[in-house]
Design a protein around this ligand. Structure first.
Ligand code: OAD
Length: 254
Protein backbone atom coordinates (compact mmCIF):
# COMPACT_ATOMS: atom_id res chain seq x y z
CA UNK A 1 0.00 0.00 0.00
CA UNK A 2 1.13 3.54 -0.78
CA UNK A 3 2.46 5.51 2.19
CA UNK A 4 0.80 8.77 3.18
CA UNK A 5 3.89 10.74 2.08
CA UNK A 6 3.81 9.10 -1.34
CA UNK A 7 0.05 9.64 -1.78
CA UNK A 8 0.46 13.26 -0.73
CA UNK A 9 3.30 13.83 -3.18
CA UNK A 10 1.35 12.31 -6.06
CA UNK A 11 -1.72 14.41 -5.28
CA UNK A 12 0.44 17.54 -4.95
CA UNK A 13 1.93 16.94 -8.41
CA UNK A 14 -1.55 16.77 -9.93
CA UNK A 15 -2.51 20.02 -8.20
CA UNK A 16 0.66 21.74 -9.32
CA UNK A 17 0.07 20.75 -12.95
CA UNK A 18 -3.62 21.68 -12.94
CA UNK A 19 -4.95 24.68 -14.83
CA UNK A 20 -8.29 24.57 -13.03
CA UNK A 21 -8.76 23.14 -9.53
CA UNK A 22 -12.18 22.60 -7.95
CA UNK A 23 -12.70 22.02 -4.22
CA UNK A 24 -15.98 20.51 -3.05
CA UNK A 25 -16.37 20.59 0.72
CA UNK A 26 -18.78 19.07 3.21
CA UNK A 27 -19.36 19.24 6.93
CA UNK A 28 -16.10 17.40 7.75
CA UNK A 29 -13.95 20.42 6.86
CA UNK A 30 -15.57 22.39 9.67
CA UNK A 31 -15.23 19.54 12.17
CA UNK A 32 -12.03 21.02 13.62
CA UNK A 33 -13.73 24.37 13.99
CA UNK A 34 -15.87 22.57 16.54
CA UNK A 35 -18.96 22.20 14.37
CA UNK A 36 -20.58 18.79 14.43
CA UNK A 37 -20.95 17.16 11.00
CA UNK A 38 -24.46 16.95 9.63
CA UNK A 39 -24.91 13.40 10.74
CA UNK A 40 -23.46 14.16 14.18
CA UNK A 41 -25.47 17.34 14.71
CA UNK A 42 -27.88 15.57 17.00
CA UNK A 43 -26.43 15.90 20.46
CA UNK A 44 -28.01 16.70 23.79
CA UNK A 45 -31.55 17.94 23.44
CA UNK A 46 -31.63 17.10 19.76
CA UNK A 47 -30.54 13.47 20.02
CA UNK A 48 -34.09 12.23 19.61
CA UNK A 49 -34.47 13.78 16.13
CA UNK A 50 -32.95 12.80 12.81
CA UNK A 51 -31.77 15.69 10.56
CA UNK A 52 -34.13 14.34 7.93
CA UNK A 53 -37.00 15.04 10.34
CA UNK A 54 -35.97 18.66 10.95
CA UNK A 55 -34.52 19.84 7.65
CA UNK A 56 -37.60 19.48 5.48
CA UNK A 57 -40.44 21.77 4.36
CA UNK A 58 -42.85 19.24 5.90
CA UNK A 59 -41.15 19.50 9.31
CA UNK A 60 -41.39 23.31 9.15
CA UNK A 61 -45.07 23.15 8.21
CA UNK A 62 -45.76 20.66 11.01
CA UNK A 63 -43.82 22.36 13.79
CA UNK A 64 -42.15 25.62 12.74
CA UNK A 65 -41.13 26.44 16.34
CA UNK A 66 -39.16 23.19 16.64
CA UNK A 67 -37.33 23.71 13.34
CA UNK A 68 -36.66 27.36 14.26
CA UNK A 69 -35.10 26.35 17.59
CA UNK A 70 -32.89 23.73 15.95
CA UNK A 71 -31.54 26.29 13.48
CA UNK A 72 -31.13 28.92 16.22
CA UNK A 73 -28.99 26.39 18.11
CA UNK A 74 -26.92 25.51 15.03
CA UNK A 75 -26.54 29.21 14.19
CA UNK A 76 -25.18 29.89 17.68
CA UNK A 77 -22.55 27.16 17.12
CA UNK A 78 -21.62 28.67 13.75
CA UNK A 79 -21.32 32.17 15.21
CA UNK A 80 -19.00 30.90 17.94
CA UNK A 81 -16.82 28.91 15.50
CA UNK A 82 -13.76 30.19 13.61
CA UNK A 83 -12.26 28.92 10.34
CA UNK A 84 -9.51 26.30 10.76
CA UNK A 85 -6.27 25.44 8.95
CA UNK A 86 -8.14 23.53 6.23
CA UNK A 87 -10.30 26.53 5.27
CA UNK A 88 -7.16 28.69 5.23
CA UNK A 89 -5.19 26.20 3.12
CA UNK A 90 -7.85 26.42 0.40
CA UNK A 91 -7.44 30.20 0.33
CA UNK A 92 -3.67 29.70 -0.17
CA UNK A 93 -4.27 27.10 -2.88
CA UNK A 94 -6.64 29.42 -4.72
CA UNK A 95 -3.91 32.08 -4.82
CA UNK A 96 -1.39 29.57 -6.21
CA UNK A 97 -3.24 28.04 -9.18
CA UNK A 98 -4.39 29.60 -12.48
CA UNK A 99 -8.09 28.97 -11.88
CA UNK A 100 -9.93 27.79 -8.78
CA UNK A 101 -13.58 27.09 -7.99
CA UNK A 102 -14.69 26.82 -4.37
CA UNK A 103 -17.88 24.79 -4.04
CA UNK A 104 -19.44 23.91 -0.69
CA UNK A 105 -22.37 22.02 0.71
CA UNK A 106 -21.82 23.75 4.02
CA UNK A 107 -24.11 26.45 5.29
CA UNK A 108 -21.69 27.82 7.92
CA UNK A 109 -19.98 30.58 5.91
CA UNK A 110 -16.53 29.59 7.24
CA UNK A 111 -14.90 29.59 3.78
CA UNK A 112 -15.89 33.22 3.34
CA UNK A 113 -14.67 34.08 6.82
CA UNK A 114 -11.32 32.38 6.06
CA UNK A 115 -10.96 34.66 3.04
CA UNK A 116 -12.18 32.63 0.04
CA UNK A 117 -13.17 35.35 -2.42
CA UNK A 118 -16.00 33.55 -4.19
CA UNK A 119 -17.85 30.57 -2.76
CA UNK A 120 -20.47 28.61 -4.64
CA UNK A 121 -22.96 27.65 -1.93
CA UNK A 122 -25.05 24.67 -3.00
CA UNK A 123 -27.14 24.41 0.17
CA UNK A 124 -27.56 28.05 1.18
CA UNK A 125 -26.29 29.76 4.32
CA UNK A 126 -27.56 29.41 7.87
CA UNK A 127 -26.68 33.01 8.74
CA UNK A 128 -29.30 34.29 6.30
CA UNK A 129 -33.03 34.16 6.93
CA UNK A 130 -35.83 34.78 4.47
CA UNK A 131 -39.59 34.95 4.48
CA UNK A 132 -41.11 31.62 3.51
CA UNK A 133 -44.00 33.49 1.84
CA UNK A 134 -42.67 36.60 0.06
CA UNK A 135 -38.96 35.70 -0.08
CA UNK A 136 -37.74 38.91 1.59
CA UNK A 137 -34.26 38.52 3.11
CA UNK A 138 -33.64 39.42 6.74
CA UNK A 139 -30.39 39.40 8.67
CA UNK A 140 -30.30 36.60 11.23
CA UNK A 141 -28.66 38.87 13.77
CA UNK A 142 -30.79 39.66 16.77
CA UNK A 143 -33.55 37.22 15.90
CA UNK A 144 -35.08 35.43 18.90
CA UNK A 145 -34.13 31.84 19.78
CA UNK A 146 -37.79 31.03 20.07
CA UNK A 147 -39.76 31.44 16.90
CA UNK A 148 -40.49 31.46 14.11
CA UNK A 149 -40.34 35.21 13.77
CA UNK A 150 -42.70 36.82 11.29
CA UNK A 151 -41.94 38.88 8.19
CA UNK A 152 -42.45 42.60 8.78
CA UNK A 153 -43.75 43.03 5.24
CA UNK A 154 -46.26 40.25 4.80
CA UNK A 155 -46.58 38.46 8.14
CA UNK A 156 -45.28 35.20 6.65
CA UNK A 157 -43.00 32.94 8.68
CA UNK A 158 -39.25 33.48 8.52
CA UNK A 159 -37.09 30.45 7.71
CA UNK A 160 -33.35 29.82 7.33
CA UNK A 161 -32.00 30.41 3.82
CA UNK A 162 -30.85 26.81 3.48
CA UNK A 163 -31.88 24.01 1.16
CA UNK A 164 -34.00 21.41 2.87
CA UNK A 165 -34.39 17.78 1.86
CA UNK A 166 -36.75 17.63 -1.09
CA UNK A 167 -36.04 21.23 -2.16
CA UNK A 168 -34.37 22.23 -5.41
CA UNK A 169 -30.82 23.57 -5.26
CA UNK A 170 -30.23 27.15 -6.40
CA UNK A 171 -30.03 26.86 -10.20
CA UNK A 172 -27.17 29.28 -10.77
CA UNK A 173 -24.99 27.72 -8.06
CA UNK A 174 -25.54 24.21 -9.40
CA UNK A 175 -24.87 25.30 -12.98
CA UNK A 176 -21.64 27.06 -12.02
CA UNK A 177 -20.50 24.06 -9.96
CA UNK A 178 -21.32 21.57 -12.73
CA UNK A 179 -19.53 23.69 -15.32
CA UNK A 180 -16.47 23.87 -13.06
CA UNK A 181 -16.48 20.10 -12.39
CA UNK A 182 -16.67 19.45 -16.14
CA UNK A 183 -13.77 21.75 -16.88
CA UNK A 184 -11.23 21.03 -14.12
CA UNK A 185 -8.12 18.86 -14.10
CA UNK A 186 -7.99 18.38 -10.34
CA UNK A 187 -11.00 17.97 -8.06
CA UNK A 188 -10.63 17.93 -4.28
CA UNK A 189 -13.48 16.33 -2.38
CA UNK A 190 -13.12 17.13 1.29
CA UNK A 191 -15.09 16.07 4.36
CA UNK A 192 -18.24 14.87 2.71
CA UNK A 193 -19.96 11.52 2.95
CA UNK A 194 -20.90 11.95 -0.72
CA UNK A 195 -24.36 10.52 -0.31
CA UNK A 196 -26.50 13.59 -0.94
CA UNK A 197 -27.28 14.35 -4.57
CA UNK A 198 -27.00 16.40 -6.71
CA UNK A 199 -23.86 17.67 -4.90
CA UNK A 200 -22.32 14.19 -4.91
CA UNK A 201 -22.86 14.03 -8.68
CA UNK A 202 -20.23 16.75 -9.17
CA UNK A 203 -17.55 14.20 -8.29
CA UNK A 204 -18.94 11.87 -10.98
CA UNK A 205 -18.73 14.70 -13.52
CA UNK A 206 -15.08 15.35 -12.56
CA UNK A 207 -14.21 11.65 -12.86
CA UNK A 208 -15.83 11.47 -16.30
CA UNK A 209 -13.92 14.57 -17.34
CA UNK A 210 -10.68 12.76 -16.51
CA UNK A 211 -9.75 15.04 -13.63
CA UNK A 212 -7.63 13.74 -10.77
CA UNK A 213 -10.13 13.33 -7.94
CA UNK A 214 -8.43 13.66 -4.56
CA UNK A 215 -10.42 12.69 -1.47
CA UNK A 216 -9.54 13.95 2.00
CA UNK A 217 -11.49 12.21 4.70
CA UNK A 218 -10.63 10.27 7.90
CA UNK A 219 -13.14 7.64 6.83
CA UNK A 220 -11.73 5.80 3.81
CA UNK A 221 -15.16 4.43 2.94
CA UNK A 222 -16.40 8.00 2.25
CA UNK A 223 -13.93 8.31 -0.65
CA UNK A 224 -15.59 8.00 -4.05
CA UNK A 225 -14.43 5.02 -6.14
CA UNK A 226 -11.68 6.13 -8.51
CA UNK A 227 -10.38 8.84 -6.17
CA UNK A 228 -6.84 9.27 -4.86
CA UNK A 229 -7.26 8.88 -1.11
CA UNK A 230 -5.65 10.94 1.61
CA UNK A 231 -7.03 9.40 4.76
CA UNK A 232 -7.09 11.78 7.70
CA UNK A 233 -8.49 15.04 8.97
CA UNK A 234 -8.75 17.99 6.59
CA UNK A 235 -7.10 20.43 9.02
CA UNK A 236 -4.07 18.15 9.21
CA UNK A 237 -3.76 17.04 5.59
CA UNK A 238 -4.81 20.05 3.51
CA UNK A 239 -2.08 22.45 4.73
CA UNK A 240 0.56 19.79 3.98
CA UNK A 241 -0.91 19.08 0.57
CA UNK A 242 -1.08 22.75 -0.36
CA UNK A 243 2.47 23.40 0.81
CA UNK A 244 3.68 20.44 -1.25
CA UNK A 245 1.74 21.65 -4.29
CA UNK A 246 3.35 25.09 -3.95
CA UNK A 247 6.74 23.40 -3.84
CA UNK A 248 7.47 24.08 -0.21
CA UNK A 249 8.62 21.29 2.11
CA UNK A 250 5.95 19.86 4.37
CA UNK A 251 6.79 19.75 8.08
CA UNK A 252 7.78 16.31 9.36
CA UNK A 253 4.73 14.31 10.38
CA UNK A 254 4.56 13.51 14.05
P1 OAD B 1 -21.92 14.35 6.54
O1 OAD B 1 -22.17 14.62 7.99
O2 OAD B 1 -22.82 13.44 5.80
O3 OAD B 1 -20.44 13.77 6.34
C1 OAD B 1 -19.34 14.34 6.94
C2 OAD B 1 -18.09 13.70 6.37
O4 OAD B 1 -16.97 14.35 6.96
C3 OAD B 1 -17.94 12.19 6.67
O5 OAD B 1 -17.55 11.52 5.47
C4 OAD B 1 -16.82 12.16 7.71
O6 OAD B 1 -16.04 10.97 7.60
C5 OAD B 1 -16.01 13.37 7.30
N1 OAD B 1 -15.18 13.95 8.36
C6 OAD B 1 -15.34 13.91 9.72
N2 OAD B 1 -14.36 14.56 10.35
C7 OAD B 1 -13.54 15.06 9.37
C8 OAD B 1 -12.32 15.83 9.38
N3 OAD B 1 -11.77 16.24 10.52
N4 OAD B 1 -11.76 16.14 8.19
C9 OAD B 1 -12.32 15.73 7.02
N5 OAD B 1 -13.45 14.99 6.96
C10 OAD B 1 -14.06 14.67 8.11
O7 OAD B 1 -21.85 15.78 5.87
P2 OAD B 1 -21.98 16.18 4.35
O8 OAD B 1 -21.36 15.18 3.45
O9 OAD B 1 -21.55 17.60 4.27
O10 OAD B 1 -27.56 18.79 3.07
O11 OAD B 1 -23.53 16.14 4.17
C11 OAD B 1 -24.01 16.49 2.91
C12 OAD B 1 -25.34 17.12 3.03
O12 OAD B 1 -26.19 16.24 3.76
C13 OAD B 1 -25.38 18.38 3.88
O13 OAD B 1 -25.01 19.53 3.17
C14 OAD B 1 -26.82 18.42 4.24
C15 OAD B 1 -27.09 16.97 4.55
O14 OAD B 1 -28.29 16.53 4.17
C16 OAD B 1 -28.66 19.55 3.20
O15 OAD B 1 -28.95 20.10 4.24
C17 OAD B 1 -29.44 19.67 1.93
Amino acid sequence: MMSMEEALTRAAVRLREAKHVVALTGAGISRESGLPTFREAQSGLWAQYRPEDLATPEAFARDPGLVWRWYAWRRSLVNAAVPNAAHRALVDLEAAVPRFSMVTQNVDGLHQRAGSPEVIELHGNITRVRCARCGRYVTAEGLPDEGPAECEDCGGLLRPDVIWFGEVLPREALEKASEAAGDCDAFLVIGTSGVVYPAAGLTDIALRTGAAVISINPDASSAPPGAMQLTGSAAEILPRLVEAARGKPSPPSS
